[in-house]
Design a protein around this ligand. Structure first.
Ligand SMILES: Nc1nc2c(ncn2[C@@H]2O[C@H](COP(=O)(O)OP(=O)(O)OP(=O)(O)O)[C@@H](O)[C@H]2O)c(=O)[nH]1
Ligand SMILES: [Mg+2]
Length: 683
């Protein structure tokens, strides 16, 4: 693949709800530009983007896939993302790599959860947005009504850029056409609305227009179009049928002529930390500057190994060059540089700003790290992406004894790939819990461990991730002294605990005066404190949101030992916490249930009876309704089956972490008594 200048590159993420046709649309775009001979279908399992056997098995994209195509001498990098909310991590990650997000909406089902969410997230990150209405070939559609709903929900800045005509067999472009037929709206009026919006964007253009009344030329409209896209003053709506190909040439044309190139989009939100101060870092899409790329995806490929997939934001990345990952002092050599085409890796020599590429077998690379070739850029980071916190848990055990170590290695790999998948080990209960965004997310991971890694597992419902915290302040003191024959151990610690606001985590403060605890032992003291915090003091759950201030202590010239300070600090912390009104907290989640309208009464009744708090209901297309509320996660263990029986299998739900709240006295008493005093290993 030849190197294109950045102005001839577009980066486009296709986002939107599950089954709206994103993967099919990528096929159509590839076929229309001759990148593939024939369009594959998800039904046949022969699309370029859904190449993973699991994607074929589950009938959904599970990860973001990358392809590029060339149209009109312009390279378009497309990121096909999964729409099912369980795989949102991959879709959100793709926003860090794209200048343009195509929010794909099905003409049959209208705006759905993922479209709404990605529309907002893309807007917040300054990614230019275009709305693509797909499946216009389907029967019994009311496209006019759908456009009204889009403008109502997403704003009046959503304007038609084309219109279907001849019963959706073709599409008429509106920037250059002011007359002709369309299936449901006036071409002239839609053309006028678009031009007026663009003229508003540019004072000079406005002045000239007021003077002579003539429409500006396409060249004159280019800059205002980019400005309006960047500012979100214009969100074009396009129509396509990925199945028949209608509207696909117009979409391609819009991507080439109107979607921003890397020098035109909003600058990526990089910042640089220097001596604790954070400043915006303006990456320049200039291929001659030091190289800077951001890793938005990591793949643990069974054959190629660890693969870091990145977007170049500045400079040129070259094969054989030396690069650094984040603030690593040691660099690595780029032995092979790839571009991805679905499952295929295509070797390239160089990548410039706007290009998306990959490097393999580099251990230092992590999700969200920055790759660069100058230590000047060591502390440059991209603004973190807003990932949903994984709340669905499943406890997993290996069927074969002896597979445990392998299980941890594989889980670690899966964790590195997926920002919305976490693994917890609870030493107290010997439980390994995997957490993801939903049942389907965890099922996909289980299938992958089974099929790809040949690991046989059993599962069970996990414990709820309770936490402990304190409501009051208290002091703790411990003198750890051991004399057993030879050298003794001595360490004494006095400390104070105080509550911090929810979500603040943990602060450690050392205000010891006069070297009562020598500096060399302070690390041991902090280690002991940390041990106590991870064990929990009253119910065996990790302690959060508190400050531990060490204010005095004592050592011994001969017997003062690290182990003694660890033990003393741990015990002093546990004592202090137990005296500081400890309480147990439980996770509370925001839930959204989408189900047929007829089930609304049963569903809200069920949620309310399980300590839920309904915050709203909203009508959704096709006679469905979305119910939102908050409820303790502990009440949702069997929600999948409850929802199924209440809606006859027609409902779906998503969870997002909201906050931690104090459990009732009853629950606390139960949890504390279940945590047997024998477990309080506070010798
Ligand atoms: N009638 C019609 N069906 C379409 C069109 N585009 C896609 N489909 C069908 O819609 C279904 C879903 O298509 P996909 O391409 O897998 O949808 P997706 O958006 O990639 O779905 P996820 O990967 O789950 O996010 C398939 O059965 C497609 O054949 C279209 O333009 N018209
Ligand atoms: Mg797909």
């Amino acid at each position: 693949m030849s190197v294109k200048p950045s102005t001839k590159i577009r980066t486009v993420a296709l986002v939107g709800h599950g089954s709206v046709g994103k993967t099919t649309l990528v096929e159509s775009l590839l076929a229309a530009t001759g990148a593939i001979a024939n369009r594959g279908t998800v039904e046949k399992g022969n699309t370029v983007c859904d190449y993973d056997p699991l994607e074929k098995q589950l009938g959904h994209s599970l990860q973001s896939a990358l392809v590029s195509l060339t149209s009109d001498d312009t390279r378009i990098h497309l990121l096909d993302t999964p729409g099912y909310p369980d795989f949102a991590g991959q879709a959100i990650g793709a926003l860090a790599a794209a200048d343009t997000a195509l929010i794909v909406i099905s003409a049959q089902t209208g705006i759905e959860l993922t479209a709404e969410r990605m529309f907002t997230l893309a807007g917040e990150r300054g990614v230019c947005r275009m709305i693509v209405i797909n499946k216009i070939d389907a029967d019994n559609l009311d496209l006019g009504a759908l456009v009204d709903v889009i403008r109502e929900r997403f704003g009046k800045q959503c304007l038609l850029l084309d219109l279907p005509t001849h019963h959706a067999q073709e599409v008429v472009e509106l920037l250059g056409h002011d007359d002709g037929e369309s299936d449901f709206a006036s071409v002239a009026a839609a053309h006028r609305a678009l031009i007026d919006q663009l003229i508003e964007e540019d004072d000079d253009l406005m002045a000239r227009y007021l003077e002579d009344g003539a429409d500006p030329s396409p060249q004159e409209l280019h800059a205002p179009f980019e400005a309006a896209l960047r500012a979100g003053h214009l969100i074009p709506i396009l129509f396509v049928s990925a199945k028949t190909g209608a509207g696909v040439p117009q979409l391609l044309d819009a991507l080439v002529k109107l979607a921003p190139n890397p020098t035109e989009g909003n600058p990526p939100p990089f910042f640089k930390t220097d001596a604790g101060v954070q400043e915006t870092y303006a990456a320049q899409p200039d291929d001659a500057l030091p190289a800077l790329a951001h890793v938005f995806k990591v793949v643990m490929d069974p054959f190629i190994g660890k693969l870091g997939i990145f977007r170049v934001h500045q400079g040129t990345l070259r094969k054989d060059a030396q690069l650094f990952a984040g603030s690593n002092k040691r660099g690595f050599k780029v032995n092979h540089l790839y571009q991805l085409q679905g499952k295929d890796y295509v070797e390239v020599d160089a990548l410039v700003p706007g290009d998306i590429g990959a490097v393999a077998k580099v251990e230092e690379i992590e999700f969200d790290c920055v790759l660069h070739d100058s230590h000047e850029l060591d502390n440059v980071h991209l603004k973190p992406l807003a990932f949903p916190q994984p709340m669905h848990g499943l406890a997993v055990q290996t069927q074969r004894k002896g597979d445990e170590q392998r299980l941890f290695e594989i889980l670690h790999k899966l964790e590195m790939e997926d920002p919305c998948f976490t693994v917890e080990r609870h030493p107290g209960t010997n439980e390994t819990v995997i957490r993801g965004l939903g049942d389907m997310h965890l099922r996909a991971k289980m299938l992958r461990m089974q099929q790809q890694f040949k690991l046989e597992l059993t599962t069970s419902a996990p414990q709820i991730a309770y936490r402990e915290t304190i409501l009051g302040e208290a002091e703790g003191h411990c003198r750890h002294k051991k004399q057993s024959g030879g050298a003794g151990q001595f360490g004494e610690v006095m400390l104070r605990v105080a509550p911090l606001e929810r979500g603040a985590g943990f602060e450690f403060e050392d205000v010891v005066k006069g070297g009562a605890i020598p500096g060399v032992f302070m690390q041991a003291v902090e280690k002991g404190v940390q041990q106590a915090l991870s064990e929990g003091a009253v119910a065996g759950f990790p302690l959060h949101d508190l400050r531990v201030t060490v204010f005095d202590g004592k050592t011994h010239a001969v017997d003062g030992k690290e182990v003694a300070f660890v033990a003393a600090a741990r015990k002093a912390t546990l004592d202090a916490v137990r005296a500081a009104t400890p309480v147990v907290l439980e996770p509370v989640v925001t839930i959204e249930v989408v189900a047929p309208e007829s089930a609304i009464g049963d569903l809200t009744g069920d949620l309310a009876s399980k300590r839920g708090h309904i915050t709203g209901t909203q009508p959704r297309p096709m006679g469905t309704v979305a119910i939102s509320g908050q409820m303790p996660l502990a009440e949702l263990g069997d929600y999948q089956s409850r929802l199924k029986s209440l809606t006859g299998g027609q409902g779906s739900y998503t969870l997002a972490f909201s906050h931690y709240a104090q459990v009732s006295d009853d629950t606390q008493a139960k949890l504390v008594s279940a945590f047997k005093p024998g477990n309080l290993a506070d010798d």
